[in-house]
Design a protein around this ligand. Structure first.
Ligand code: GSH
Length: 340
Protein backbone atom coordinates (compact mmCIF):
# COMPACT_ATOMS: atom_id res chain seq x y z
CA UNK A 1 0.00 0.00 0.00
CA UNK A 2 1.54 3.30 -1.10
CA UNK A 3 0.62 6.52 0.66
CA UNK A 4 0.98 9.53 -1.61
CA UNK A 5 0.86 13.22 -0.71
CA UNK A 6 0.07 15.56 -3.62
CA UNK A 7 0.91 19.24 -3.46
CA UNK A 8 3.35 21.91 -4.57
CA UNK A 9 6.51 23.43 -3.19
CA UNK A 10 5.22 26.99 -2.60
CA UNK A 11 2.17 25.66 -0.72
CA UNK A 12 2.31 26.28 3.03
CA UNK A 13 -0.32 23.66 3.74
CA UNK A 14 1.44 21.05 1.62
CA UNK A 15 4.58 21.52 3.66
CA UNK A 16 2.54 21.35 6.88
CA UNK A 17 1.07 18.01 5.78
CA UNK A 18 4.52 16.82 4.70
CA UNK A 19 6.00 17.46 8.13
CA UNK A 20 2.98 15.96 9.92
CA UNK A 21 3.46 12.69 8.00
CA UNK A 22 7.22 12.80 8.52
CA UNK A 23 6.81 13.42 12.25
CA UNK A 24 4.46 10.42 12.46
CA UNK A 25 7.21 8.30 10.89
CA UNK A 26 4.98 7.16 8.03
CA UNK A 27 6.36 6.00 4.70
CA UNK A 28 4.87 8.13 1.93
CA UNK A 29 5.64 9.48 -1.51
CA UNK A 30 5.95 13.27 -1.67
CA UNK A 31 4.43 13.95 -5.10
CA UNK A 32 3.81 17.12 -7.06
CA UNK A 33 0.34 17.94 -8.31
CA UNK A 34 1.08 18.70 -11.95
CA UNK A 35 -0.80 19.59 -15.10
CA UNK A 36 -0.38 15.97 -16.16
CA UNK A 37 -1.92 14.38 -13.04
CA UNK A 38 -4.29 17.21 -12.02
CA UNK A 39 -7.42 15.56 -13.48
CA UNK A 40 -6.69 12.18 -11.90
CA UNK A 41 -5.77 13.67 -8.51
CA UNK A 42 -8.90 15.84 -8.44
CA UNK A 43 -11.08 12.92 -9.45
CA UNK A 44 -9.57 10.87 -6.61
CA UNK A 45 -10.23 13.77 -4.24
CA UNK A 46 -13.91 14.00 -5.17
CA UNK A 47 -13.46 17.17 -7.22
CA UNK A 48 -11.53 19.11 -4.53
CA UNK A 49 -9.18 21.37 -6.46
CA UNK A 50 -6.94 22.57 -3.67
CA UNK A 51 -3.89 20.94 -2.21
CA UNK A 52 -2.57 19.14 -0.34
CA UNK A 53 -4.52 15.94 -0.71
CA UNK A 54 -3.46 12.52 0.52
CA UNK A 55 -4.06 9.22 -1.16
CA UNK A 56 -3.81 6.78 1.76
CA UNK A 57 -3.47 3.82 -0.61
CA UNK A 58 -6.82 2.38 0.29
CA UNK A 59 -10.09 4.16 0.98
CA UNK A 60 -10.98 7.72 0.02
CA UNK A 61 -8.47 10.51 -0.40
CA UNK A 62 -8.00 12.78 2.60
CA UNK A 63 -8.34 16.47 1.89
CA UNK A 64 -7.20 19.40 4.02
CA UNK A 65 -3.94 19.57 5.95
CA UNK A 66 -5.77 19.42 9.29
CA UNK A 67 -7.42 16.12 8.45
CA UNK A 68 -4.16 14.78 7.02
CA UNK A 69 -2.42 15.67 10.30
CA UNK A 70 -5.15 14.01 12.36
CA UNK A 71 -4.99 10.92 10.11
CA UNK A 72 -1.21 10.75 10.59
CA UNK A 73 -1.74 10.69 14.36
CA UNK A 74 -4.29 7.90 14.00
CA UNK A 75 -1.67 5.80 12.20
CA UNK A 76 0.94 6.52 14.89
CA UNK A 77 -1.04 7.26 18.08
CA UNK A 78 2.06 7.71 20.25
CA UNK A 79 2.98 10.65 17.97
CA UNK A 80 -0.52 12.14 17.67
CA UNK A 81 -0.61 15.87 16.97
CA UNK A 82 -3.70 16.43 19.11
CA UNK A 83 -3.90 15.51 22.80
CA UNK A 84 -6.26 12.82 24.08
CA UNK A 85 -7.91 15.18 26.59
CA UNK A 86 -11.02 16.40 24.68
CA UNK A 87 -11.02 19.81 26.38
CA UNK A 88 -7.35 20.34 25.56
CA UNK A 89 -7.99 19.26 21.96
CA UNK A 90 -10.26 22.29 21.56
CA UNK A 91 -7.47 24.59 22.66
CA UNK A 92 -5.01 23.00 20.22
CA UNK A 93 -7.58 23.27 17.40
CA UNK A 94 -8.01 26.99 18.18
CA UNK A 95 -4.25 27.50 18.06
CA UNK A 96 -4.07 25.64 14.74
CA UNK A 97 -6.90 27.72 13.35
CA UNK A 98 -5.12 30.91 14.41
CA UNK A 99 -2.04 29.75 12.51
CA UNK A 100 -3.91 28.47 9.44
CA UNK A 101 -6.19 31.44 9.03
CA UNK A 102 -4.33 34.31 10.63
CA UNK A 103 -0.58 33.75 10.55
CA UNK A 104 -1.24 32.90 6.89
CA UNK A 105 -1.60 36.64 6.32
CA UNK A 106 1.84 37.32 7.79
CA UNK A 107 3.27 34.57 5.59
CA UNK A 108 1.75 36.22 2.51
CA UNK A 109 3.27 39.64 3.23
CA UNK A 110 6.31 39.33 0.98
CA UNK A 111 4.30 37.79 -1.88
CA UNK A 112 1.96 40.77 -1.58
CA UNK A 113 4.56 43.50 -1.47
CA UNK A 114 7.49 42.30 -3.56
CA UNK A 115 7.34 41.66 -7.31
CA UNK A 116 10.68 39.84 -7.01
CA UNK A 117 9.21 37.45 -4.45
CA UNK A 118 6.17 36.80 -6.62
CA UNK A 119 8.41 36.07 -9.58
CA UNK A 120 10.53 33.69 -7.49
CA UNK A 121 7.53 31.80 -6.14
CA UNK A 122 5.68 31.72 -9.46
CA UNK A 123 8.70 30.29 -11.23
CA UNK A 124 8.78 27.33 -8.84
CA UNK A 125 5.00 27.01 -9.12
CA UNK A 126 5.35 26.79 -12.90
CA UNK A 127 8.15 24.23 -12.65
CA UNK A 128 5.98 22.16 -10.30
CA UNK A 129 3.06 22.24 -12.73
CA UNK A 130 5.40 20.77 -15.33
CA UNK A 131 6.58 18.06 -12.93
CA UNK A 132 9.91 19.66 -11.97
CA UNK A 133 11.17 20.69 -8.55
CA UNK A 134 13.02 23.85 -7.63
CA UNK A 135 16.62 23.64 -8.76
CA UNK A 136 16.07 20.98 -11.41
CA UNK A 137 17.51 21.68 -14.86
CA UNK A 138 15.22 23.20 -17.47
CA UNK A 139 15.68 23.31 -21.25
CA UNK A 140 14.61 26.11 -23.58
CA UNK A 141 11.30 24.43 -24.40
CA UNK A 142 10.47 24.05 -20.68
CA UNK A 143 11.46 27.68 -20.01
CA UNK A 144 9.07 28.87 -22.69
CA UNK A 145 6.23 26.75 -21.29
CA UNK A 146 7.02 28.13 -17.83
CA UNK A 147 7.00 31.69 -19.16
CA UNK A 148 3.43 31.13 -20.38
CA UNK A 149 2.32 29.85 -16.96
CA UNK A 150 4.01 32.44 -14.73
CA UNK A 151 1.64 35.42 -15.28
CA UNK A 152 -1.40 33.36 -14.28
CA UNK A 153 0.36 32.07 -11.17
CA UNK A 154 1.42 35.60 -10.16
CA UNK A 155 -2.19 36.74 -10.58
CA UNK A 156 -3.32 33.84 -8.42
CA UNK A 157 -0.93 34.91 -5.62
CA UNK A 158 -2.10 38.51 -5.79
CA UNK A 159 -5.69 37.32 -5.58
CA UNK A 160 -5.01 35.20 -2.52
CA UNK A 161 -3.27 38.19 -0.89
CA UNK A 162 -6.36 40.30 -1.64
CA UNK A 163 -8.69 37.59 -0.34
CA UNK A 164 -6.78 37.70 2.94
CA UNK A 165 -6.72 41.50 3.14
CA UNK A 166 -2.98 41.70 2.47
CA UNK A 167 -3.36 44.55 0.04
CA UNK A 168 -3.69 48.35 0.18
CA UNK A 169 -4.24 49.55 3.74
CA UNK A 170 -4.16 45.95 4.90
CA UNK A 171 -0.43 45.72 4.22
CA UNK A 172 0.52 47.90 7.21
CA UNK A 173 -1.79 45.90 9.46
CA UNK A 174 -0.29 42.64 8.18
CA UNK A 175 3.21 43.96 8.84
CA UNK A 176 2.12 44.73 12.40
CA UNK A 177 0.74 41.19 12.66
CA UNK A 178 4.04 39.72 11.50
CA UNK A 179 6.10 41.94 13.83
CA UNK A 180 3.81 41.39 16.79
CA UNK A 181 3.37 37.66 16.44
CA UNK A 182 7.07 37.09 15.71
CA UNK A 183 7.88 39.02 18.90
CA UNK A 184 5.34 37.02 20.90
CA UNK A 185 6.69 33.74 19.53
CA UNK A 186 10.17 34.68 20.74
CA UNK A 187 9.14 33.89 24.32
CA UNK A 188 7.11 30.86 23.26
CA UNK A 189 8.38 27.83 21.27
CA UNK A 190 10.08 26.19 24.28
CA UNK A 191 10.91 24.15 22.38
CA UNK A 192 7.48 23.94 20.68
CA UNK A 193 4.17 25.80 21.12
CA UNK A 194 2.95 23.35 23.75
CA UNK A 195 6.32 22.68 25.32
CA UNK A 196 7.91 19.30 24.75
CA UNK A 197 5.17 17.95 22.50
CA UNK A 198 4.88 19.04 18.84
CA UNK A 199 1.27 19.58 17.79
CA UNK A 200 -0.77 20.55 14.73
CA UNK A 201 -0.20 24.31 15.11
CA UNK A 202 3.57 23.70 15.20
CA UNK A 203 3.22 21.87 11.89
CA UNK A 204 1.28 24.82 10.49
CA UNK A 205 3.89 27.32 11.63
CA UNK A 206 6.60 25.13 10.14
CA UNK A 207 4.75 25.09 6.81
CA UNK A 208 4.51 28.90 6.74
CA UNK A 209 8.22 29.13 7.39
CA UNK A 210 9.29 26.33 5.07
CA UNK A 211 7.30 27.50 2.03
CA UNK A 212 7.36 31.20 2.84
CA UNK A 213 9.17 33.18 5.50
CA UNK A 214 12.34 31.07 5.35
CA UNK A 215 12.11 30.13 1.67
CA UNK A 216 11.41 33.29 -0.28
CA UNK A 217 14.75 35.18 -0.41
CA UNK A 218 13.52 38.57 0.85
CA UNK A 219 11.37 37.01 3.54
CA UNK A 220 14.26 34.83 4.66
CA UNK A 221 16.54 37.87 5.05
CA UNK A 222 13.87 39.59 7.11
CA UNK A 223 13.31 36.54 9.30
CA UNK A 224 17.02 35.91 9.86
CA UNK A 225 17.55 39.52 10.88
CA UNK A 226 14.38 40.04 12.91
CA UNK A 227 13.17 36.67 14.12
CA UNK A 228 16.07 34.17 14.25
CA UNK A 229 14.08 32.18 16.82
CA UNK A 230 11.74 31.18 13.98
CA UNK A 231 14.67 29.82 12.00
CA UNK A 232 15.84 27.88 15.04
CA UNK A 233 12.34 26.52 15.59
CA UNK A 234 12.11 25.43 11.95
CA UNK A 235 15.43 23.59 12.19
CA UNK A 236 14.56 22.04 15.55
CA UNK A 237 11.17 20.71 14.48
CA UNK A 238 12.47 19.52 11.11
CA UNK A 239 15.23 17.54 12.82
CA UNK A 240 12.84 16.14 15.47
CA UNK A 241 10.49 14.94 12.71
CA UNK A 242 13.14 13.47 10.44
CA UNK A 243 14.99 11.77 13.29
CA UNK A 244 11.81 10.55 14.95
CA UNK A 245 12.75 12.18 18.24
CA UNK A 246 10.77 10.97 21.28
CA UNK A 247 7.31 12.54 21.20
CA UNK A 248 7.46 14.30 24.58
CA UNK A 249 4.58 14.75 27.02
CA UNK A 250 1.66 17.12 26.71
CA UNK A 251 1.36 19.77 29.41
CA UNK A 252 -1.95 19.85 31.26
CA UNK A 253 -4.77 22.04 29.99
CA UNK A 254 -4.01 25.04 32.23
CA UNK A 255 -0.30 24.97 31.40
CA UNK A 256 -1.10 24.59 27.70
CA UNK A 257 -3.48 27.56 27.81
CA UNK A 258 -0.81 29.72 29.47
CA UNK A 259 1.65 28.71 26.74
CA UNK A 260 -0.51 29.94 23.84
CA UNK A 261 -2.20 32.83 25.66
CA UNK A 262 0.17 35.43 24.10
CA UNK A 263 -1.34 34.60 20.70
CA UNK A 264 -4.91 33.64 21.53
CA UNK A 265 -6.05 35.65 24.56
CA UNK A 266 -7.31 39.24 24.35
CA UNK A 267 -7.68 40.48 20.79
CA UNK A 268 -5.71 37.53 19.38
CA UNK A 269 -4.01 39.98 17.00
CA UNK A 270 -7.37 40.80 15.40
CA UNK A 271 -8.44 37.24 14.63
CA UNK A 272 -11.36 37.29 17.04
CA UNK A 273 -12.84 40.45 15.50
CA UNK A 274 -12.43 38.96 12.03
CA UNK A 275 -14.16 35.70 12.99
CA UNK A 276 -17.11 37.60 14.42
CA UNK A 277 -17.33 39.97 11.44
CA UNK A 278 -17.08 37.04 9.03
CA UNK A 279 -19.81 35.16 10.81
CA UNK A 280 -22.06 38.22 10.88
CA UNK A 281 -21.49 38.86 7.16
CA UNK A 282 -22.34 35.28 6.23
CA UNK A 283 -25.42 35.30 8.46
CA UNK A 284 -26.62 38.52 6.79
CA UNK A 285 -25.99 37.08 3.33
CA UNK A 286 -23.25 39.69 2.67
CA UNK A 287 -20.60 38.55 0.26
CA UNK A 288 -17.97 40.95 1.58
CA UNK A 289 -16.72 42.46 4.81
CA UNK A 290 -14.12 45.05 5.76
CA UNK A 291 -10.86 43.78 7.27
CA UNK A 292 -8.20 46.34 8.28
CA UNK A 293 -9.84 48.89 6.00
CA UNK A 294 -9.89 46.54 3.00
CA UNK A 295 -12.92 44.82 1.54
CA UNK A 296 -12.45 41.07 1.47
CA UNK A 297 -14.78 38.22 0.51
CA UNK A 298 -16.66 36.60 3.39
CA UNK A 299 -15.15 33.17 3.98
CA UNK A 300 -17.51 30.22 4.24
CA UNK A 301 -14.65 27.80 4.88
CA UNK A 302 -13.43 29.82 7.88
CA UNK A 303 -16.91 29.78 9.37
CA UNK A 304 -17.18 26.05 8.74
CA UNK A 305 -13.95 25.44 10.71
CA UNK A 306 -15.25 27.65 13.53
CA UNK A 307 -18.53 25.74 13.56
CA UNK A 308 -16.70 22.39 13.61
CA UNK A 309 -14.90 23.49 16.77
CA UNK A 310 -18.16 24.83 18.19
CA UNK A 311 -19.77 21.41 17.60
CA UNK A 312 -16.86 19.73 19.35
CA UNK A 313 -17.31 22.04 22.33
CA UNK A 314 -21.01 21.18 22.39
CA UNK A 315 -20.09 17.47 22.40
CA UNK A 316 -17.84 17.75 25.46
CA UNK A 317 -19.10 16.27 28.70
CA UNK A 318 -20.37 18.97 31.07
CA UNK A 319 -17.30 18.36 33.26
CA UNK A 320 -14.86 18.83 30.36
CA UNK A 321 -16.75 21.88 29.11
CA UNK A 322 -16.62 23.40 32.58
CA UNK A 323 -12.88 22.70 32.80
CA UNK A 324 -12.27 24.38 29.45
CA UNK A 325 -14.45 27.36 30.34
CA UNK A 326 -12.67 27.74 33.68
CA UNK A 327 -9.35 27.89 31.83
CA UNK A 328 -10.04 30.02 28.74
CA UNK A 329 -13.61 31.25 29.33
CA UNK A 330 -12.45 34.87 29.51
CA UNK A 331 -10.72 34.77 26.12
CA UNK A 332 -12.84 36.64 23.56
CA UNK A 333 -11.67 34.10 20.96
CA UNK A 334 -13.10 31.23 22.98
CA UNK A 335 -16.43 33.02 23.08
CA UNK A 336 -16.34 33.20 19.26
CA UNK A 337 -15.77 29.46 18.97
CA UNK A 338 -18.44 28.77 21.53
CA UNK A 339 -20.86 30.64 19.27
CA UNK A 340 -21.67 33.04 22.09
N1 GSH B 1 -7.58 24.41 4.58
C1 GSH B 1 -6.83 23.84 3.49
C2 GSH B 1 -6.29 24.96 2.62
C3 GSH B 1 -5.68 24.48 1.36
C4 GSH B 1 -5.29 25.60 0.43
O1 GSH B 1 -5.78 26.74 0.55
N2 GSH B 1 -4.41 25.29 -0.50
C5 GSH B 1 -3.96 26.25 -1.47
C6 GSH B 1 -2.47 26.12 -1.67
S1 GSH B 1 -1.55 26.40 -0.17
C7 GSH B 1 -4.59 25.94 -2.80
O2 GSH B 1 -4.81 24.79 -3.10
N3 GSH B 1 -4.85 26.92 -3.63
C8 GSH B 1 -5.31 26.67 -4.97
C9 GSH B 1 -6.71 27.10 -5.18
O3 GSH B 1 -7.35 27.65 -4.26
O4 GSH B 1 -7.19 26.88 -6.30
C10 GSH B 1 -5.71 23.00 4.07
O5 GSH B 1 -5.32 23.22 5.22
O6 GSH B 1 -5.26 22.08 3.39
Amino acid sequence: MTVRLFGTEPSFYTRKAFLSLTWAGLAFEDRLKTMANKAAVEEGAGGYHRFPVLDPGEGPFIIDSTRIGIWAGEQAPDRALLPADPAFRILVRMAEDWMDEWFLRAALLFRATSAGTRAFVARVGAMNLLGLRQGEATDAETESRMARLVPGIERFFLESCATNGVTGDGVAATRALLDGSAAALKKMLRPFLFGARPSLPDMALWGFLDAGLLWEPEARSWTKANAPHLLEFHDRLGVAARQRAPAGDWPDLAEGAAMVAPLLSGKAFGFQAFLDANRAALAAGDKRLVLDGVEVPARGFTEKCRRDVEAEIADLTPADRARLAATVGDWPLFRSYRGA
